[in-house]
Design a binder for this molecule. Structure first.
Ligand code: EPU
Length: 361
């Protein structure tokens, strides 16, 4: 186990920002992790656990210890005739877990195909896409308490204890930086359980079958996973080609009154129902279970003329206005300035405040 000094992080964040970490270490198993707790670098510095680096914007060099999580392992804990409980280590690539499930005929995470990042990052922000969210299938999260020393460190959080909200959890709020997510367990269905409620996904599958002249639409688990992958690839830039961190901002939740006010001025504004949305800016402890209307942030950004716009080395993607991209050599300052200009324009035009979805470090 080697602790590096002044380590370059450019290749470890999908935004491709050139920053370094004062200390850096890779952990491959539980022993590495537990040994790490005893080191002075761990005890005396602030820590950042890094998975795929796909939801992060470094705003400066990291003046502490970066721990790259390479903890691997996916196994079946138990199964019945209808369900299966899967245990996955946090350093696994999320999409590898999706493939594991799809190949074996387990339903529940196929709509979350190709989401970049690791398994450990998934509960942090309750990853979601195409009408599904992690909380729909998550059973528990095993996490290490980073403050209480090695003894009695491990805690198991039930789904309820994770206080999941839209792209939100207790790990991003009250317990921010206090726990390291070690593994998760998911309960998936062995019985067909398709979720094609999301309009774009349903239409994509219907078109696909219309083209083959098929009247019946027997979408398989793999069809759905492939469709999600194809839609994502058509709209979202591949970070390996154009560095980005997926959606840069969260969608916006408003109360009915504000929605109606906006609809009077912008009758074509899209909006969606979403249960258990946490009101923008509210703390996890003020968990709001009522129904808010979701306004796509991409639409707001597009209306302000930002879609496809480029300023220097940074820009707004031309297929999905929610994604900021690095055209090469962008500095953290450039990304920050772009994000701030977008926030200001949306605020001026709509009176709504965009909140970053990426973690600003
Ligand atoms: N829209 C626009 N302009 C655009 C793109 C979208 O006006 O450039 C409007 C359209 O009305 C469209 C609506 O926004 O119907 C929704 O668009 P989309 O289905 O692409 O989803 P999104 O709400 O913009 C969210 C997630 C994505 C996820 C998709 C698909 C957030 C912050 N983002 O985006 O997640 O893939 O839904 O379910 O919730 C990510 O988190 O990194 C991510 C990519």
């Amino acid at each position: 186990m080697e602790i590096h000094k002044d380590y370059d992080l450019t290749k470890l964040n999908t935004f491709g920002i050139s920053v370094s970490a004062k200390f850096f270490i890779e952990i491959h198993d539980k022993t590495d992790l537990e040994n790490l707790f005893d080191t002075p670098e761990f005890k005396n510095n602030k820590k950042l656990f890094l998975g795929g680096g796909s939801n992060i914007l470094f705003t400066k060099n990291f003046d502490g210890l970066v721990v790259l999580n390479k903890l691997k392992g996916i196994k079946i804990l138990s199964e019945s005739s209808t369900d299966v409980v899967i245990h996955a280590m946090s350093g696994e690539i999320w999409h590898d877990l999706v493939i594991f499930a799809v190949e074996r005929g387990y339903w529940g995470i196929e709509n979350l195909s190709l989401i970049p990042g690791t398994v450990g990052a998934a509960p942090m922000q309750n990853i979601g896409a195409y009408g599904a969210e992690l909380r729909d299938v998550l059973e528990s999260v095993e996490a290490y308490d980073l403050e209480s020393g090695k003894e009695n460190k491990k805690k198991v959080f039930s789904r309820e204890e994770c206080l999941f909200g839209y792209r939100d959890s207790i790990f991003k709020n009250e317990l921010k930086d206090k726990y390291f997510i070690f593994a998760i367990t998911l309960k998936l269905s062995k019985v067909e359980k398709k979720n094609i409620s999301y309009k774009i996904l349903r239409e994509y599958l219907e078109n696909l079958y219309a083209q083959t002249g098929n009247k019946i639409v027997p979408y398989s688990l793999k069809d759905i996973s492939d469709a999600v992958g194809a839609i994502r690839k058509s709209k979202l830039p591949d970070p390996a080609i154009i560095p980005n961190a997926g959606s840069f901002f969260k969608n916006i939740f408003v109360e009915e009154e504000k929605l109606n006010e906006l609809l009077k001025i912008y009758p074509n504004m899209p909006y969606f129902e979403e249960k258990n949305g946490r009101k923008n800016g509210s703390k996890a402890s003020v968990f709001i279970a009522s129904v808010f209307k979701k306004i796509p942030a991409a639409w707001l950004i597009e209306q302000c003329g930002w879609k496809g716009k480029r300023i220097g080395n940074v820009g707004v993607h031309n297929m999905q206005a929610l994604v900021l991209v690095n055209y090469g050599g962008a500095t953290e300052e450039e990304v920050k300035n772009l994000a701030e200009s977008i926030i200001a324009d949306v605020k001026n035009k709509f009176g709504l405040v965009l909140i970053p979805e990426v973690n600003l470090i």
